[in-house]
Design a binder for this molecule. Structure first.
Ligand code: SAH
Length: 225
């Protein structure tokens, strides 16, 4: 597993982001049912405090979503772990598409685990900050694109896995079209009040859906900002 401490040395805040604080979060994830050691060790070594505003860094290792500006949030660590664990269960995907880069944290976790990550964001300012963080951490297998995620990333398709980190009433057709045979797509589906985390698996022309659990995400919006 990559050791990020050398890459971010000299950057802010050591105290509240101590290894003990991070380990406590990992124990909590384990107690909530995250069993994949690859996911747990990626999240143990990735500095989540670098993905939020400095004023919120002390809260970065709480198991909670936090605001990242523009009305958006960095997802709750448990939900990141759950989605990642579900997505990388055998067979391990090589190429993963994410809709909703946000802070870049979910993309970074995936970038530590799979060969290539493609992540799309519709708010340019958030994308700019995410790009800076990913560069600083040396995660150069994560590729970003500024576009409305409804269209996916056709030039790079098909993907072995697709993850939506914003909720829609229905998953856009273009995304299912960009999913490889045998691939998995995970997404929160429903209204702003009540969403269900669903996972689909493509088997030829068929899409087999399974519901995982109730979640709360910001909405998948149209257009770019
Ligand atoms: N994965 C992010 C979570 C960010 S919240 C993280 O780890 O921090 C969801 C993100 O989805 C927001 O940044 C929001 O701007 C973005 N989003 C919403 N609708 C979108 C769309 N149609 N295309 C691309 N991104 C979208």
């Amino acid at each position: 597993m990559v050791d990020f401490s050398a890459r971010v040395r000299g950057s802010r805040g050591i105290g509240m982001t101590s290894q003990r604080t991070r380990d406590r979060l990992i124990e909590r994830l384990r107690s909530k049912g995250i069993t994949d050691d690859r996911v747990l060790s990626a999240m143990r070594s990735l500095p989540r405090h670098l993905f939020v505003d400095e004023a919120l860094a002390t809260r970065a290792y709480e198991d909670t979503a936090l605001p990242i500006g523009r009305g958006q949030t960095i997802s709750q660590p448990y939900v990141v772990a759950l989605m990642t664990q579900t997505l990388i269960a055998e067979p391990m995907p090589k190429r993963v598409l994410e809709i909703g880069t946000g802070s870049g944290y979910q993309a970074a976790v995936l970038g530590m685990l799979v060969e290539k990550v493609y992540s799309i964001e519709r708010i340019r300012e958030l994308q700019r900050l995410a790009r800076r963080r990913l560069l600083k951490l040396g995660l150069n297998n994560v590729h970003l694109k500024y576009v409305d995620g409804h269209v996916g990333w056709a030039e790079q398709a098909p993907f072995d896995a697709i993850i939506l980190t914003a909720a829609a009433n229905a998953v856009p057709d273009a995304l299912f079209e960009q999913l490889a045979d045998g691939g998995r797509l995970i997404a929160p589906v429903g209204s702003s009040m009540a969403q269900q985390l669903n996972i689909w698996r493509r088997e030829g022309d068929q899409l087999v859906c399974q519901s995982i659990e109730a979640v709360t995400f910001v909405p998948l919006l149209g257009g770019t900002e």
